[in-house]
Design a protein around this ligand. Structure first.
Ligand SMILES: Cc1ncc(COP(=O)(O)O)c(C=O)c1O
Length: 372
């Protein structure tokens, strides 16, 4: 189980920004025990493709040189695929870097950033680092975003709205209709970030797909990543597609040379037709495994919301720590968010069997603790 512990102000000898010193320190979770499974970071359980390893290895023979600062070769591939110019594509060291850059470009002290909550745990920290103020808006009872409430939370001070679909950690999607209504209800000068880190796992046709919105809204940027579906979490590459003036501003807030040549090479190799076909076939395996896992959990009595990413959400409430500990003892490292629930990544097939066995034993205990 991964934990987040408050940073103790240890009487540092320098004057730190108090809001930064008070941020929860990110602690990477316990490693998976021997013969166990790491289901805590929504990683791809498949080994990298040999062609991708070869491309990364080739690029590694030049690591005495700096990479191309703008990662043009990768941006060209992405621009072609999205039907945009290379100025309308920005790549970063993971989409979390791009989130940081975009938030910093638009929001500073006195400004607000709205997002639904619970959502991706990085959002609050990134907003604080930018000097801005978070305005979290509660998810609906079914764990999905309440976009009408999100739009209603936008004020004169709001500079950025973040929409996460599928939502980490609850797995819910925003529909195309909901998103379009949201866009028409917020000011045109508000930067909207559509975080689609898990879009490749979506099979619901009602879902929003940022690709269909490209070129339609001058205030919308979509964010995607090679970390999940493409299995390159360790290389750190993500990308944004959106209007050039917004991405130019985000370029200005970046730490230069964040995307290494090895990362670009791995991403480009993953987009080669044969490689991509194989990667997307793996995504299909994961989505089928996810759907079966969710259906069996629902049969067991767990109120798991429809899962659209490569993970499922267990609303364990007050039992969260106890259930996560029990799973850990069985060799499954999950991500617990007490007192709300546990996010479990869809990993290796064997991990699913263990998960179902343990959770099947725990349902009655957990149901007792749940309010009627
Ligand atoms: C919703 C969401 N957005 C963005 C990211 C960032 O991914 P990366 O920085 O690896 O591209 C994650 C990673 O877990 C995520 O869950």
């Amino acid at each position: 189980m991964e934990t987040v512990t408050a940073l103790e102000p240890k009487g540092a000898s320098v004057r730190l920004r108090p809001e930064i010193a008070a941020l929860p320190a990110y602690r990477q979770g316990r490693p998976a025990p021997a013969h166990g499974y790491k289901l805590s970071s929504n990683e791809n359980p498949f080994d990298p493709l040999p062609s991708v390893i070869a491309a990364v290895g080739e690029a590694a023979t030049h690591i005495n040189r700096y990479p191309d600062a703008s990662a043009l070769a990768l941006r060209e591939r992405l621009a072609e695929r999205f039907g945009v110019t290379t100025d309308e594509v920005l790549v970063g060291a993971g989409s979390v870097s791009l989130l940081a850059q975009l938030i910093a470009a638009a929001a500073g002290p006195g400004d607000e950033v709205v997002y639904s909550w619970r959502s991706f745990e990085a959002y609050p920290g990134l907003v604080t680092v930018a000097g801005a103020t978070s305005v979290p808006v509660r998810n609906r009872a079914d764990h999905s975003h309440d976009l009408d409430a999100l739009a209603a939370a936008v004020t004169d001070r709001t500079r950025v709205a973040i929409v996460c679909s599928p939502n980490n950690p609850t797995g819910t999607i925003v529909t195309a209709a909901e998103f379009e209504r949201f866009m028409s209800g917020v000011p045109g000068d508000l930067l909207v970030l559509l975080d689609e880190a898990y879009i490749e796992f979506v099979r619901d046709e009602a879902s929003i797909d940022g690709r269909t919105l490209i070129g339609r809204y001058p205030n919308l940027v979509i964010l995607r990543t090679f970390s999940k579906a493409y299995g390159l979490a360790g290389l750190r590459v993500g990308y944004a597609v959106g209007p050039a003036p917004i991405l130019d501003a985000a370029r200005s807030t970046a730490i230069p040379l964040g995307v290494t040549a090895t990362a670009s090479a791995g991403a480009i190799a993953s987009l080669e037709p044969d490689a991509e076909a194989e990667l997307l076939a793996r995504v299909q395996v994961v989505t089928e495994r996810r759907d079966r896992l969710r259906a069996e959990l629902v049969d067991q009595g767990w109120p798991v919301p429809a899962a659209h990413g490569n993970f499922v959400w267990l609303p364990t409430g007050a039992d969260t720590v106890a259930v996560a500990d029990r799973l850990f003892d069985a060799g499954l490292v999950t991500r617990a968010f007490p007192p709300e629930g546990i996010r479990v990544s869809v990993g290796e097939e064997e991990s699913v069997e263990t998960l179902l066995r343990i959770l099947g034993e725990l349902v009655p205990v957990s149901q007792e603790g749940r309010p009627a």
